[in-house]
Design a protein around this ligand. Structure first.
Ligand code: HEM
Length: 390
């Protein structure tokens, strides 16, 4: 691994890295297959080693020690290692299967259009609050059977876990624990209600579901719901923000989508590769290992930089070119046993939004004078004001 002296791990947290992560990744990869991480441990940067880590959960585990969001139960299935992990995926995979997701495409298109109806005549919107946040959250709350009228409360809960307030790590973690306890209390109460009064929704289904011949326990259901809340309500929002920030700044690329919407499916994959909104995932080493000469010690916290792997010139010679028609083989949804459960839903939402938006608002720009601020980790633009001719 690179010596700390040759690589400054604080660069991970530099605002410029958020704005221009691809250039940062390139510099880090030039230093080694892995570099020191921003909070200790290491970050794996090159594609071959990233894939190796994701494919070897017996070495690089995603169990609870890998990441602490303040919750009291493991996030299911993310924080469960094989072989236990597969019994949960058997239960959850069919819920998010492509055929099932495709059935809700007309509802998603209608929802996108309703949101656009609300601001198109203004000639401007703040993209995050107008569309990127409410759209995927509404879709997901409907799926779960939770009230969309309480959207603001769910967003607050999710943000309290993923972006807690605080001036230092201690304060951030304390806030996270308080917020996590609130989320757990909410789901415990809702579950108790569904046990008494079952409805046609996912929570009621979990209340009577079995895995490996046993009923799911309340803690297991809590672990699933907690993960769903943070995965289902945040990732598509982040991705839409990254996509629209890119397309607003690259009118020639945008024109390709407008002129030929049939390229939208490949464009979504290529933008997922280039932008990689979930920039990395967390692991803990269960045994000593070596990655292209970089030692990994049992107990090390290991960041796996998916964003860097996706732009590694060792695996893709023209990695710096964004080619919206190419067959992009990216890792934006992860790889191996923990590969994203919601990828079909996410793709559907992304494709539908790009299609409907560009059909109705083909030309737009970022409000002049705006300086974009991206958060790292889960790559999000804090505000994205867009303008067009109404
Ligand atoms: C564009 C949007 C999305 C991106 C980029 C994304 C990315 C990822 C990534 C990188 C992982 C692997 C995590 C790891 O290996 O540690 C993952 C796992 C997961 N994602 Fe997504 N995700 C997205 C949308 C969603 C949605 C909408 C859901 C809603 C159900 C979801 C649910 C999950 C779950 C449950 C896992 C854990 C799977 C397991 O451990 O077996 N994701 N996602």
């Amino acid at each position: 691994m690179a010596e700390s002296g040759t690589f400054d791990p604080n660069l991970f947290l530099d605002p410029e890295t958020g704005r221009n992560p691809q250039a940062f990744y390139k510099k880090a990869r030039a230093v080694g297959a892995a570099v020191p991480g921003p909070f200790g441990g290491i970050e794996i940067m090159r594609r071959a080693e990233v894939e190796f880590a994701l494919q070897h959960p017996e070495i690089f585990s995603s169990a609870m020690e890998a990441v602490d969001l303040g919750q009291s139960v493991p996030l299911i299935p993310l924080q469960v290692d094989p072989p236990e992990h597969s019994k949960y995926r058997k239960l959850l995979d069919p819920i998010f299967a492509p055929k099932r997701m495709n059935l809700i495409e007309p509802d998603i298109a209608q929802l996108v259009n309703e949101f656009i109806d609300g601001f198109i005549d203004d000639g401007s919107c703040e993209f995050t609050t107008a569309l990127a946040e409410p759209l995927p959250s509404s879709v997901f709350l409907r799926l779960l059977g939770l009230p969309v009228s309480e959207l603001a409360m769910f967003l607050e809960m999710k943000n309290g876990i993923l972006r807690p307030a605080g001036d230092d790590l201690e304060q951030v973690q304390a806030a996270q624990r308080v917020n996590a306890a609130e989320v757990e209390r909410f789901f415990a109460e809702t579950l108790a209600d569904r046990r008494k009064r079952p409805q046609e929704d996912l929570l009621s289904m979990f209340a009577s579901a079995e895995v490996g011949g046993d009923r799911l326990t309340d803690d297991e259901i809590l672990g699933i719901c907690f993960l769903f809340l943070i995965a289902g309500l945040d990732t598509v929002t982040d991705t839409l923000e990254c996509f629209f920030a890119y397309l607003a700044q690259h009118p020639q690329q945008r024109r390709l989508l407008v002129d030929d919407p049939s390229i939208i499916p490949t464009a979504v994959e290529e933008l997922l590769r280039w932008e990689t909104p979930v920039t990395g995932v967390a692991r803990v080493a269960k045994q000593d290992a070596e990655l292209d000469g970089c030692p990994v010690h049992k107990g090390d916290h290991v960041g796996v930089s998916i964003g860097s792997a996706n732009t590694d010139e060792r695996a893709l010679p023209d990695a710096d070119d964004v080619i919206l028609t190419r067959n992009s083989k990216h890792l934006a949804f992860g790889a191996g046993v923990h590969r994203c459960l919601g990828s079909h839903l996410a793709r559907l939402e992304l494709r539908t939004t790009l299609r409907e938006w560009h059909r109705r608002i083909p030309d737009y720009e970022i409000a002049p004078g705006t300086e974009l601020n991206f958060m790292f980790g889960l790559r999000q633009v804090d505000t994205l004001p867009l303008l067009w001719s109404a």
